[in-house]
Design a protein around this ligand. Structure first.
Ligand code: DAH
Length: 358
């Protein structure tokens, strides 16, 4: 009997002295492991008579429970102490004032994506994202660009070397593959926007090899061109802050939409200055259309049941127009003077209630 009390005392002392996870584990193995001391005593029960087995068995079980509980308690005490030590060591004084010389600002690309997200979020859209490195299926085939289709050539694609799995991965040339990923993983009704980086082998005043797009995708059973038009009108008027901004839809072609259209917004270029509004002149702003039945089919949905619309736009172009930035290439030169001039205050996050147009 006393032996058990002695054993308890020894084990409890060892647990109290254990100062890390390894030490706790060593005590556990010593007591409760396959060859542990408590386990060893359990094995002697079989040879006892019924009465002795009952009382000794009960005491042994109780000891086992006490040891387990003490091990757990020690483990969590050590974890709490470690966390407290870390919190104390990593404490940051957030009340320190911002030092003016290191004040950062929000890049116009981030600002523009935040503005688009705020407007579309208020219309019930969520944000979907996909990988920058895509495969041929998501970037082209599922979007109804059959192999060899001439529209593939227009994308100036950056291809990666053929991978060991035989795939020729590429840098996505547009954000449209996120449409495919969304339709293959979510159940309609779908309402998403997909901001992200895109890549094409091109470089001049109006092209950089990396740029940004935002895609709009709606899939349900009854959306039609009228909804597309209303949605884009609402978005463009809120984004540019021009209530009577006129829109013009011109027939166009994209493999993944049918019918397809390009959208122009009203402007004036008189006196060499660009003004947005109802002035009689037009400026192309984005591409859109009703999602092609082949795309819906490629995603495993039934095009006789589901339909919807999509639109795609260039973030840099929207930012240049809204904030009067003349050269696309300057976006990515990391020139501090440019960033200070065109950057936005970091705490003024766009929202419909707080304001989209700083
Ligand atoms: N993916 C097209 C491009 O990069 C843009 C686009 C046009 C996207 C029409 C769409 C759309 O979703 O409906 O050229």
């Amino acid at each position: 009997m006393n032996d058990l009390d002695t054993l308890r005392g020894e084990l409890m002392t060892a647990i109290a002295a254990a100062n890390d996870g390894d030490a706790i584990e060593a005590v556990r193995v010593d007591a409760l492991g396959k060859k542990g001391r408590v386990t060893g005593l359990m094995k002697t029960l079989g040879a006892m008579d019924a009465e002795a087995r009952k009382t000794f068995g009960q005491r042994l079980n109780q000891l086992k429970d006490e040891i387990s509980a003490a091990l757990d308690a020690r483990k969590s005490a050590l974890a709490t102490a470690a966390l407290d030590a870390r919190l104390a060591a990593e404490r940051t004084d957030v009340t320190l004032p911002v030092r003016p010389e290191i004040k950062g600002s929000i890049h116009p690309i981030t600002q523009t994506i935040d503005e688009i997200t705020a407007i579309m979020g208020a219309m019930g859209f969520t944000v979907a994202e996909g990988p920058d490195v895509e495969d041929d299926f998501h970037n082209f085939t599922a979007l109804n660009f059959p192999p060899g289709h001439p529209a593939r050539e227009m994308h100036d694609t950056f291809f990666l070397p053929t991978a060991p799995d035989g795939n020729r991965y590429l840098l996505r040339t547009h954000t449209s593959p996120v449409q495919i990923r969304t339709m293959m993983s979510a159940k309609p009704p779908i309402r998403v926007i997909t901001p992200g980086r895109t890549y094409r082998c091109d470089y001049d005043m109006t092209h950089t090899p990396m740029f940004h797009q935002v895609e709009i995708l709606v899939i349900d059973t009854e959306s039609h061109m009228g909804h597309l038009k209303g949605c884009l009108q609402e978005f463009l008027r809120a984004f540019f802050g021009v209530d009577d901004l006129p829109l013009r839809f011109r027939p166009s072609f994209f493999p993944f939409t049918e019918p397809s259209a390009e959208v122009d917004i009203g402007c004036s270029r008189s006196g060499g200055e660009l003004k947005l509004g109802n002035y009689g002149d037009w400026l192309e702003i984005l591409g859109c259309g009703m999602v092609h039945p082949n795309v819906i089919k490629a995603c495993g949905l039934d095009p006789d049941i589901y339909q919807g619309f999509a639109a795609g736009m260039g973030v840099e172009r929207l930012a240049m127009l809204k904030y009067g930035i003349p050269d696309l290439r300057t976006f990515f030169e990391s020139d501090l003077r440019w960033l200070r001039h065109y950057g936005f205050a970091s705490l003024e996050i766009p929202s419909l209630t707080g304001g989209i147009n700083p």
